[in-house]
Design a protein around this ligand. Structure first.
Ligand code: SF4
Ligand code: SF4
Length: 498
């Protein structure tokens, strides 16, 4: 890694720049959210973020240093950043975070608790990539940096000094009960997750979840568990699993395999069925390999690279891409992860992972390119479309879902203000950072209300859960749909349930 001394003026000037007001202004004062002081501290140099003289850093995330240099500190990304929009703090915007990561890499800044906090608060939504005119690949910075940050033990003051005391004080995510048992132990395994959800389904049917809220007993749960209970959608008896092969309807145009996901398979199997039927209607043979596993995003975005690699290699083995035109994904977060398999692990298998990734297509992208058979069933609905971050920013797919939805007779689509601003779901961010996630979902709901739409359409399981939770908590009835749910109903002529 080159020994690079940051120019004193430019980055600091960038960090000291006056904070632009949030695009929508701060959310209502009633939304009391306590964030740690570190998150609202002024930028370095400050008591929270001490600068060190430039030295050879002992912190190496393996990031190509040129990627840092792509950033010219113009600040054009800041207005697009949800955490900056909410907090107005340069350290909680992309330019500031790039500066922090580079300064730690240079050995000019300790990887202390405030620095960690600013970086952990990032949603990895990659809105900054879409906004950046210089082509900064922010995801290639924050993702390896977080993995290295997770490995770096922290000292009593939060410095990466490698002491056992420090490591115990700031436990790694793999040692945290919630990550270990829930996020890593349950979520990536759909069969386990379905079993774990069975008592919750009964509790919902008996009205016990509502009673927990009404009596306030829910507040006795640990915050992350409380958030998880509130996220649960109305749970129904699961549909049967998709068969290994569903044949094309009409003239055969393609042979594809469906990636069914982990949370997707456990909670949104009906949407997987809808996706498969839409593909069939469009002349696709649909294969569903039973050996497929979680995409690995839950682990990877929590800094656990090795388990994520194992998931990636299991998926590579499960899908025989030689006889497929595409591997189809209907969840934006999974699609972004699968498409990145070729970048994450530079080892002997990298080329094979890249070949697998090259076959991955988001279902909207695939159908839009294929050209869809026009759906004919009327869906009389006024709805708005929320752009899932991992579709619009990570995969740059914005127009295709809108074009597909526009083909549904009777569906009126109203544009959503700030449709590309994260709703706070961001994978498991809404469970690990509930305060910021709640601010963003409130902001999203306010924008949805402003459209007058009666329903929301979005193409990501996390967004569906997050926006539905916010609406439920605000006492609103707001139906949410995946685009495939609506297309499927239109093809089959099945009206919406009211
Ligand atoms: S990331 Fe891009 S938009 Fe943001 S400050 Fe750097 S160069 Fe400018
Ligand atoms: S990834 Fe999202 S939250 Fe993180 S810096 Fe970029 S825009 Fe902000």
């Amino acid at each position: 890694m080159p020994e690079t001394v940051l120019p004193e003026k430019t980055p600091q000037k960038a960090l000291d720049a006056p904070h632009a007001p949030a695009a929508n202004g701060p959310i209502a004062a009633s939304a009391k959210v306590e964030l740690p002081p570190a998150a609202v501290n002024p930028p370095s140099p400050s008591p929270g973020l001490p600068s060190l003289p430039a030295t050879k850093s002992h912190f190496d995330a393996g990031i190509d240093y040129e990627l840092f240099l792509d950033c010219v500190h113009c600040g054009l990304c800041t207005a697009a950043c949800p955490t900056y929009a909410e907090l107005g703090n340069e350290n909680d915007g992309p330019r500031g975070r790039i500066y922090l990561m580079r300064a730690v890499t240079d050995g000019r800044l300790e990887l202390n608790q405030p620095v960690r906090r600013h970086l952990e608060l990032c949603l990895d939504c990659r809105a900054c990539e879409t906004a950046c005119p210089s082509g900064v690949q922010y995801g290639r910075l924050i993702e390896p940096f977080r993995i290295a940050m997770e490995r770096a033990p922290t000292g009593p003051e939060g410095a990466a000094d490698g002491t056992a005391e420090g490591a115990a004080k700031f436990a790694a995510k793999s040692d945290d009960w919630f990550h270990r048992w829930i996020l890593f132990g349950l979520f990536p395994y759909p069969a386990r997750l379905r079993k774990a959800l069975a008592p919750a389904r009964w509790a919902q049917r008996l009205g016990m979840i509502g009673a927990l809220e009404k009596t306030g007993i829910i507040r006795l749960l640990p915050p992350r568990l409380r958030q998880l209970v509130r996220m649960l959608p109305p749970l129904r008896r699961a549909e049967p699993p998709l068969p290994a092969v569903l044949p094309a309807i009409g003239k055969r145009r393609a042979r594809v395999a469906l990636f069914t996901g982990c949370v997707g398979d456990a909670m949104f199997r009906a949407t997987n069925w809808a996706t498969a039927r839409v593909l069939q209607q469009n002349g696709c043979d649909v294969l569903t390999p039973p050996q497929q596993v979680c995409c690995g995003a839950i682990h990877f975005h929590a800094g656990q690279s090795e388990p994520a690699r194992q998931f990636a290699d299991a998926n590579r083995a499960a899908f025989d891409t030689r006889c497929l035109d595409a591997v189809i994904v209907n969840v934006a977060g999974c699609g972004a992860m699968l498409k990145d398999y070729g970048h994450h692990w530079p080892d002997a298998e990298q080329a094979d992972r890249a070949a697998f990734a090259a076959k991955v297509k988001d279902v909207h992208e695939f159908l839009d390119e294929l050209g869809i058979v026009p759906p004919t069933g009327e869906i009389p609905l006024v709805a708005t479309y929320h752009d899932a971050c991992h579709l619009v920013h990570a995969q740059r797919i914005r127009a295709a879902p809108r074009r597909l939805l526009a083909r549904i007779p009777g569906l009126e689509l109203r544009e959503l203000p700030e449709s590309e601003l994260c709703c706070g779901a961001a994978g498991t961010y809404n469970l690990t950072e509930p305060e910021m996630a709640a601010r963003l979902s409130q902001r999203k709901l306010n924008n949805i209300r402003s459209t007058g739409a009666r329903a929301v359409i979005t193409a990501n399981a996390g967004c569906l859960l997050q926006i539905a939770r916010e609406a439920r908590q605000q006492g609103e009835r707001l139906p949410l749909y995946h685009p495939m749910d609506l297309l499927d109903r239109s093809y089959r002529g099945v009206p919406l349930e009211r």
